[in-house]
Design a protein around this ligand. Structure first.
Ligand code: ADP
Ligand code: ZN
Length: 630
């Protein structure tokens, strides 16, 4: 459905908007084709990783179409908390935008409805439940009749799918859009890539005839590191100290924990260790949560300790690390959560500590859930895939991307690439463990949990062992030469290759699975990695080297001082406008200014992130700040 002058002309109009409004020189990757297609009135499904630049994919077409007299673009977003900052960022760039959600007073909402009717808005952000109210639908009906609805953008489109990590039932009702607003182009966007979710989005949102744009899901600036959990809190503190702290303080980061209680514990612990850490979980007072989130967005170097509910709406580009103290539910979750690090493209760490207990806990949560058997089976399969990623001794990124259907080469930026684990042949111990599970079951007619099996293997005569007579089994004590940690590592690996299954809540007993046979028969080898004590440390030097690749040579002392002065100026402007600092200018933009040392407005030309409006609004002030350093 082409309804605006096509081809080269549209392309040019899009590029004009990108340069003039947003101050970016060129489109990235598939953006150019997406914005042309949507500007011309086509439907699109955009699959692009976090930080890939999804907003441009609907903001540019919205502006292009508005300039062509096609009215307002409606952006459906589940992230009420974020709308204020998104609209703020557009306003800073000189675009007329507003939002409608439950945080507005009746008066405010009415004022925006008025603006909408008068055709004064280019973009309107709205929560799905708000959009679906009769009042809002009626308003859009009348705009539609006057052909003043330019497009619908459905952000975070995976919310429509129960396979996504953030299912929102009200998203399903967005299926009314194509019927009710026939002819209005729709673009759905998500950073979730797996095939199941993708198919669900197409079906649920009636996007069968939309063009699909798939970007690579690689996030090359994120380093993946997974370590064996021992004393998780101590390991976490060491990680933050070693990798993310210097004399001036520490980086901004997110620490994910599974339970609210754990969030509180870890936040308190980090605080008492001198870190600027804040808790976030759904059980906290709403005002406190808001205050904590605001501090995370607006202050430098805050660590948010949170349950996974946190972060979906967090656009903060300079999160330097994401740490997991508990295993996520599946690879999609892991990818999504770690993806919140390094949106700005600069180096970031995704660090996770995990252990056997995590696997057992996750499995129990699935078993105990009220879902149907088929559904549980899918969930178990997804958990197993994550476990295989955690246990692999090959490149993490290759595995991760493979899961999303992408082939790639070893990355050189994950723990396994940087510090290839030493492997040894563990087929014999694996056989011992498998036989032990088998014998115990045969002798007693039912299966047992990991702790008991390991006691038998290691020849520990506990009360339970004696009581069941398991010390008389032929496998009793055959694994005495190994410690419990080693056995647990082997067991995780056997679970990962589906030789062992953890069954039957609530006891989480171990059973042989399909993969066991080949190992017992000697047809398959098991190779185990020798657990490195510590993750490869990313020294400060390697970090600045990585930075240099993104940003050119390291800054001189004078440039650094100028940069700090610009940051201080920015902080003040941000406070006055009640917006996060990065909405005014990104670090990278300030750094480029500090390097360039502009003496006049025209010296700002070509610096990424300075559009016309910002140049007019802040150019003089920036030159003024810099003048003290020339
Ligand atoms: P996503 O929503 O996909 O996570 P964003 O839309 O927030 O990504 O964009 C990520 C960052 O990339 C933002 O800081 C944005 O300013 C920047 N960006 C997007 N497109 C371009 C471009 N064509 N040139 C330069 N920077 C861009
Ligand atoms: Zn790698």
């Amino acid at each position: 459905m082409i309804d605006i002058a096509d081809g080269a002309e549209t392309q040019e109009a899009c590029l004009d908007v990108l340069r003039e409004v947003f101050g970016h020189e060129a489109f990235r990757g598939p953006q150019a084709e997406i914005v042309r297609h949507v500007s011309e009135g086509g439907d699109a499904l955009v699959l692009m990783p976090t930080g890939g630049g999804k907003s441009m994919c609907y903001q540019v077409p919205a502006i292009v179409r508005e300039r062509a007299g096609r009215g307002v673009a409606v952006v459906v977003s589940p992230l009420i908390a974020l709308m204020h900052d998104q609209v703020g960022a557009l306003t800073e760039a000189g675009v007329s935008a507003a939002y409608l959600n439950s945080s507005l007073s009746l008066d405010e909402a009415q004022r925006i409805e008025q603006q909408l009717r008068r055709g004064e808005l280019t973009l309107l952000y709205v929560a799905p439940e708000r959009l679906l109210t009769p009042r809002c639908l009626a308003m859009l009906d009348s705009l539609h009749e006057q052909q003043r609805l330019s497009l619908f953008a459905i952000d975070e489109a995976h919310c429509v799918s129960q396979w996504g990590h953030d299912f929102r039932p009200e998203y399903r009702e967005l299926a009314v859009l194509p019927e009710r607003f026939a002819g209005v182009p729709r673009v759905a966007l998500t950073a979730t890539a797996d095939a199941l979710t993708r198919a669900d989005i197409v079906e649920r949102l009636q996007l069968q005839s939309a063009r699909t744009f798939v970007s690579s899901f690689d996030r090359p600036n994120i380093r993946y590191v997974l370590v064996e959990k021992k004393d998780a809190s101590a390991q976490l503190q060491r990680f933050i100290r070693d990798e993310h702290s210097d004399a001036n303080g520490h980086d901004a980061g997110i620490v994910y924990c599974q339970s609210r209680r754990r969030v509180e514990e870890v936040a308190a612990l980090l605080q008492s260790a001198g870190f600027k850490a804040l808790p976030d979980h759904a059980g906290l007072d709403a005002a406190l949560r808001q205050a904590n989130q605001d501090r995370f967005l607006r202050e430098d170097g805050v660590i948010m300790v949170a349950t996974i509910a946190f972060g979906m709406g967090i656009d903060k580009p300079d999160v330097r690390f994401v740490a997991h103290l508990d295993l996520p539910k599946n690879i999609e979750g892991y990818y999504q959560e770690t993806g919140r690090a390094g949106r700005d493209g600069e180096p970031a760490n995704a660090w996770m500590a995990y252990g056997l207990q995590d696997v057992v806990n996750q499995r129990r949560m699935i078993d105990d859930s009220p879902a149907g058997d088929e559904f549980k089976q899918v969930l178990r399969g997804k958990l197993d895939a994550l476990l295989a990623l955690a246990e692999t001794s090959e490149c993490r990124r290759v595995r991760l991307l493979k899961y999303f259907g992408e082939d790639s080469e070893a990355c050189g930026n994950c723990d396994n690439c940087l510090n290839p684990p030493e492997l040894f042949d563990a087929t014999e111990p694996a056989r011992k463990l498998l036989s032990c599970i088998y014998r115990v079951q045969q002798a007693s007619g039912h299966s047992y949990g990991a702790g008991h099996i390991m006691d038998i293997l290691r020849g520990k005569r506990t009360d339970k062992v004696a009581q069941h007579g398991h010390d008389t089994l032929s496998t009793f004590g055959i694994g005495a030469d190994w410690g419990e940690t080693q056995w647990r590592a082997l067991l995780r690996q056997l679970i990962a290759v589906e030789a062992v299954r953890v069954d039957d809540a609530p006891y989480n007993t171990l059973n042989l699975a399909d993969g066991a046979r080949a190992i017992l028969k000697g047809d398959a080898e098991v190779r185990l990695r020798i657990q490195a004590e510590r993750a490869p440390a990313r020294s400060r030097t390697s970090r600045s080297r990585a930075n240099a690749e993104v940003d050119g040579p390291p800054m001189s002392l004078a440039e650094r001082e100028c940069f700090d002065a610009l940051k201080a100026w920015r902080a003040q402007v941000a406070r006055e406008h009640n917006l996060p600092a990065y909405v005014i200018f990104h670090d990278a933009t300030l750094r480029a200014i500090a390097r360039r040392q502009p003496a006049s407005l025209s010296d700002l030309d070509g610096i990424d992130g300075i559009g016309q409006k910002k140049r007019a609004a802040y150019g003089d002030a920036v030159v003024q700040v810099v003048s003290a350093f020339i």
